[in-house]
Ligand binder design. Structure first.
Ligand code: SF4
Length: 351
């Protein structure tokens, strides 16, 4: 167990807790937020509606999730991220057996609900002036909590934290270091869900980030990589040889990440060891968790290119180039079956 995790157990029994947050300082700050009436634009219809301090998720944590502003659905539920976009984040993290409150302190760049003028119960995007006025609260929260990683969801949140221009979706997934803290910028899920072209990759990147942070927080997550290699509509699959775990099942080739290895580096190593090829690892296509009793394997499927190289099995495994339909007829692990289904033209059109 790492130094951080050992320390956190003293402060909070769940994985991922931080001993550094000052409960008193944060409570005082949240009382000031509740009382604030600074923005003249906010009270147009419904007044200064905000989340109660109890909706902030975990106080003792290493990670913060910063949204743009509360939406009316979440305010009425008294629970953050329960509007249309927020439920997308919750759906992805639940695939790891967790919820947002298990990993994150939850807050927003603008603390009051920005109500659309003249229309009842409609949200609008927060104004730059509102974000500017509210920014000292956000920076004070981060200073009290001192999270190791801040996930900024949406351009308003990212600009408030980074104080620099951010272009989305281009900057989705970019990481910055500010005052020793890592800030990860994400496109807002409500925007991503409207763009069919980026949607599958967006979902994969969310789950990859949540799995990475859950692993860093000490949850039993085992990262695994697998290669999706296509030639003329056929995909490379291998049969696990006798004597190996899950022998007799077919899979997209790959393996478990070693400590300190990047996901891409892991896949290149596995393909070199198993098939004697020097692969180019491309885009992340899908992330599929595979729970069992003690741990959760999280398989990261990358599009990969072998160039003109001919893969040669080096561990006694069988190898085949098959269509998605043929792959789905084989004995597969659950994650490989889900990936094969997503490659099937009929499923791919819906996904
Ligand atoms: S948005 Fe922030 S600065 Fe503006 S009134 Fe609400 S709490 Fe105050």
């Amino acid at each position: 167990m790492g130094r951080w995790l050992k320390a956190t157990r003293d402060a909070d029994d769940r994985p991922g807790g931080s001993p550094r947050a000052s409960r008193g300082g944060l409570a005082q700050l949240l009382r000031r937020v509740t009382a604030c009436r600074t923005c003249p634009t906010i009270p147009t219809i419904y007044g200064y509606r905000k989340f109660p301090p109890s909706a902030a998720g975990r106080r003792q944590t290493r990670f913060a999730l910063v949204g743009e502003a509360p939406g009316i659905a979440s305010i009425e539920n008294r629970r953050q991220w329960t509007g249309t976009g927020g439920l997308i984040l919750r759906r992805e993290i639940r695939r790891l057996g967790l919820d947002l409150e298990d990993l994150f302190y939850l807050t927003n760049a603008v603390k009051c609900w920005p109500a659309a003028r003249g229309r009842s119960a409609a949200n609008r995007s927060p104004l730059a002036s509102e974000a500017r006025r509210c920014r000292p609260f956000l920076l004070a929260e981060m200073e009290i909590l001192r999270p190791e990683v801040i996930v900024a969801v949406g351009g308003v949140a990212a600009r408030a934290l980074l104080d620099r221009p951010i272009r989305l979706p281009d900057d989705h997934g970019r990481r910055f270091v500010v005052a020793g803290r890592e800030v990860v910028v994400l496109l807002h899920p409500a925007n991503a869900s409207r763009h069919r072209r980026i949607w599958p990759g967006y979902r994969a990147s969310l789950l990859a980030l949540f799995a990475e942070l859950a692993g860093r927080a000490g949850y039993p997550i085992v990262p695994v990589t697998a290669a999706v290699v296509e030639r003329g509509g056929r995909y490379l699959v291998t049969l696990r040889p006798a004597g190996q775990e899950h022998s007799g099942t077919w899979e997209f080739p790959g393996g478990k990440r070693a400590p300190g290895e990047s996901l891409e580096g892991c896949l290149r190593r596995e393909l070199a060891e198993e098939l004697g090829v020097d692969a180019r690892v491309g885009e992340l296509l899908a992330v599929v968790p595979w729970p069992n009793a003690e741990r959760r394997l999280v398989v990261h499927f990358f599009r990969s290119d072998l160039g003109a190289a001919l893969p040669v099995p080096r561990e006694g495994q069988h190898l085949a180039w098959l269509t998605p339909e043929e792959i789905l007829a084989l004995a597969l692990g659950p994650a490989d079956a889900e990936m094969a289904a997503r490659l099937h033209p009929r499923v791919r059109a819906r996904w």
